[in-house]
Structure formats: structure tokens, C-alpha cells
Design a protein around this ligand. Structure first.
Ligand code: C5P
Length: 288
């Protein structure tokens, strides 16, 4: 079974506060994008072994990999003990970038296995398994455009983002997610995204209104060095014609939203020279 595991972007990201369970209350507009890892799931007769291989040696190759954890959760839930599962992941989504790469691999494994085992697990239960795997996994299972709240697992589907072009680039540093959440706890945020206005702009199909409201509160708590790298990348998007830009998740990937194809294609040539981990993506009307 071959499955595509699509990346996500946080068009906006707000943190509303810390919860008693240690997680944070979030409010995010999330978008699935046409940048994906290739996943192949093979099932053989066996005794419940799970093997994961990837094309990146620094990623765990066994059940420590979130895709392997997803397979184990699925097998336990469906009571499958007489099969071995091999998962081969060809990673194309940059790792530790805020693009949900691991989460989308896990979601794709849940979907793929439920397909192989002819819906052995109900849709509702699949979302509960996704939530156990990580805060972004439920959105990766849902896809499209959504307003996510709670830990990230409560989702309200939104209209598709208006037709536009997005450039995603990852600078050459990665950020620890728990560390950034901790920093946020000790700061008073000076700016918050206009999430309501953003949702209204999406519903109206107003791409400029969307782009102007892209904002991620984590940008405010980056170290001075990381902040200047992120700011200069975002400046590059704007000076090449983007009508808005922001960092995705806990970074370090950032994105710029372009209204027109020719501007985006010209910008991509320039940006790709400087940031080799860059992707040009069309957001169309058809779902992925
Ligand atoms: O859920 P996930 O495994 O992706 O979360 C990774 C880490 O990010 C958590 O251990 C926690 O430190 C932080 N986090 C959080 N609040 C959220 C999501 C993640 O504090 N809503």
C-alpha cells in the first residue's frame, strides 16, 4: 500500500495559555500542502513485528519512529497479532521544521493500515489514536484547511484557502518544540494573530486578507540569532512579491503567500539560490 503523507502549515498560530496537563491551549489555522513523504506499507505473515526504514539515517528506524508507533497502536486496536508490518518512508518534508513531517507520516500509516485491513478501526477511534500519537496528528488525518484548538486536536474544517502560490523555505537550523513552549511561558506576548479576521478572510476567499493576517506567536520568543534569520527570510518573501509571510509551527520553516503564479515562480528562483530546502506549492481548489 502506497500512501502520501502531506505536510502542514500553520497559517496562524496562537497560544492561549498553559493547561494543567502540561500542554498548551492553542488556536491555529492549519493548511495541508502538496509537499509529501512517500510511504510504503507491506504486510506479511508473522508475529506482530514492525520494521521502519527511512532514507534519513538520523531518523529512528524502528518503533521509536512515530510511524512505527502508529502501526503498533493500530495493530493493538484492531487485535492483529499474526502479521509483520514493514514501513518504508522516503522523506521529502524537511525534518524538525514545523511542517508536521513526523505527524503526517503517523497519520498516513493509520489511514494506510485501515485501508489494508478494510476499516478494522472506526473513523472516530482513528482520530483518538491520532491524538495519542501527537497534537498535530489529528489534523494530518483530516487534511484540508481547519481551525484547530485545544491541544490542536479539536478541529473545525474551513473553506479551502483561495487559489494562491506558497513558497516554503527552511533555514539551516532546527528548534526544540518543548524549549520554545517553555520560553513562551515566561514571556508576555506583544502581538496576537487576528484569528477571527483570518477565518473571515478565508470564508470570503480574500487571499490578501489571509496573507496579511499570517502570524505565529513563537516568532516573538526565538533567540536573537534565530529571530534575525527568520526575519531576513520573511523579508525575502515580501521583497520578492509575497503578500504575507510567517513561520510555521515551532519552525524553523517559514512561508510566503503569493497571489500570482508568475511572481511566485520568479521569487522561487531567487529564494532557492539562498535556501536549498525550498518548495513552490500551488494551493488549488481541488483537495489533495
Ligand atoms: O503533542 P506533541 O508530541 O506534538 O507535543 C510535543 C511537545 O510540545 C509536548 O511535549 C509539549 O512540550 C509541547 N506542546 C504543548 N502544547 C501543545 C502541543 C505541544 O505544550 N498543545
Amino acid at each position: 500500500m502506497y500512501v502520501k503523507a502531506y505536510a502542514k502549515l500553520n497559517i496562524s498560530l496562537d497560544v492561549l495559555g498553559k493547561r494543567n496537563d502540561g500542554f498548551h491551549e492553542m488556536l491555529m489555522v492549519m493548511q495541508q500542502v502538496d509537499l509529501f513523504d512517500d510511504i510504503e506499507i507491506t504486510v506479511d505473515e508473522g508475529n506482530g513485528n514492525i520494521c521502519v526504514i527511512t532514507n534519513r539515517p538520523y531518523i529512528p528506524q524502528n518503533e521509536k519512529n512515530i510511524a512505527g508507533k502508529a502501526a503498533r497502536l493500530f495493530m493493538d486496536e484492531a487485535g492483529i497479532t499474526d502479521k509483520n508490518i514493514s514501513i518504508s518512508i522516503k522523506k521529502k518534508i524537511p525534518v524538525c521544521a514545523g511542517l508536521g513531517g513526523g505527524s503526517s507520516d503517523a497519520a498516513a500509516v493509520l489511514l494506510g493500515m485501515n485501508n489494508i485491513f478494510t476499516n478494522a478501526v472506526s473513523k472516530e477511534r482513528l482520530f483518538e489514536l491520532a491524538e495519542q500519537l501527537g497534537s498535530d496528528v489529528p489534523f494530518c488525518l483530516l487534511g484540508g484547511t481547519a481551525l484547530a484548538s485545544g491541544r490542536g486536536e479539536r478541529m473545525e474544517p474551513l473553506s479551502a484557502l483561495p487559489d494562491c502560490w506558497i513558497i516554503i523555505s527552511k533555514p539551516e537550523f532546527s528548534i526544540s518544540t518543548p524549549e520554545l513552549f517553555n520560553k513562551l511561558d515566561s514571556c508576555k506576548l506583544s502581538f496576537r494573530p487576528d484569528t477571527k479576521g483570518l477565518v473571515r478572510a478565508i470564508e470570503k476567499g480574500d487571499i490578501k486578507g489571509v496573507a496579511q493576517r499570517c502570524y505565529n506567536v513563537f516568532e516573538d520568543v526565538l533567540s536573537k540569532r534565530h529571530r534575525s534569520i527568520v526575519d531576513s527570510l520573511k523579508d525575502m518573501f515580501i521583497t520578492t512579491g509575497a503578500c504575507g509571510s510567517a513561520m510555521s509551527g515551532t519552525g524553523s520553516a517559514c512561508f510566503g503567500i503569493y497571489e500570482h503564479e508568475d511572481t511566485a515562480k520568479a521569487a522561487f528562483k531567487v529564494i532557492k539560490e539562498r535556501y536549498k530546502d525550498s518548495f513552490l506549492i500551488n494551493i488549488g481548489n481541488e483537495s489533495l
